[in-house]
Design a protein around this ligand. Structure first.
Ligand SMILES: Nc1ncnc2c1ncn2[C@@H]1O[C@H](COP(=O)(O)OP(=O)(O)O)[C@@H](O)[C@H]1O
Ligand SMILES: [Mg+2]
Length: 214
């Protein structure tokens, strides 16, 4: 049986797609899964992180397979990578690019990071609709939740209106997520035991379960 393709998608830039994709890839490979990561964003932020990672781990390599892909090769390559790995994490571009649409079509799960504001929630609707049209499972991940957010109640109501699966684990607004990536690492590698690392590993476990990873 083939592995699962998990695409992180959301039209809004800065929502946390690359952050989520990188930490998931690092954690899943750290916890013994055979992982591939694919960067389909022309901006190449994920690719840049892999370059830092390569330098940061001279004796270990990336710890997962990696490809930067676009265009007509994408479906075939996603299919091939899924056959050869337990999980393929795809970091996609903002805006409704053709490649993002293709990646969604070939995914088992579409992860949609969203910051806790009503406007950001509206911005997820086109991505959720795309997943729905392609009959793919989608899961919202609330990202950068400030402590004691006054928005929480309002968000909960808006989320209920949207009627989409929402991850139980919410990611806080934590410097560890950015600083670890700046060193080419995931937060669970750079600072194990911290709140950020614990939160991320719990979310990754929840996502793995929902995506049907072994
Ligand atoms: N949970 C978080 N806590 C703190 N900073 C975050 C968090 N998630 C994302 N960021 C920061 O927000 C910015 C945008 O995140 P990024 O992953 O690049 O978004 P996208 O890929 O959707 O454009 C980055 O500077 C990143 O470090
Ligand atoms: Mg990005």
């Amino acid at each position: 049986m083939g592995g699962k393709v998990v695409t992180v998608a959301q039209q809004k830039g800065g929502a946390g797609k690359t952050t989520l994709a990188a930490h998931l890839a690092a954690y899943w490979s750290q916890s013994g899964r055979n992982v591939a990561a694919v960067d389909i964003d022309p901006q190449g932020s994920f690719t840049h992180w892999t370059e830092l990672r390569f330098q940061a781990r001279p004796n270990h390599g990336l710890g997962f397979g990696f490809a930067r892909l676009s265009g007509w090769r994408l479906p075939h390559e996603l299919d091939r990578l899924a056959r050869e790995h337990d999980v393929v994490v795809v970091d996609s571009a903002p805006h409704a690019q053709a490649d993002s649409r293709t990646a969604i079509r070939y995914s088992h799960l579409v992860l949609v990071p969203v910051q806790p504001s009503p406007m950001d929630l509206w911005a997820t609707l086109p991505t959720l609709e795309l997943a729905r049209m392609e009959k793919r499972r989608a899961m919202l991940v609330i990202n950068r939740m400030p402590p004691r957010s006054l928005l929480a109640a309002e968000m909960a109501q808006k989320l209920a209106e949207i009627d989409v699966k929402v991850a139980n684990i919410v990611l806080g607004n934590r410097t560890g997520y950015a600083s670890s990536l700046g060193h080419g690492l995931g937060v669970t590698e750079a600072e194990p035991g911290t709140t950020a690392a614990l939160e991320l590993s719990r979310l990754a476990d929840e996502v793995a379960l929902y995506a049907g990873l072994d």
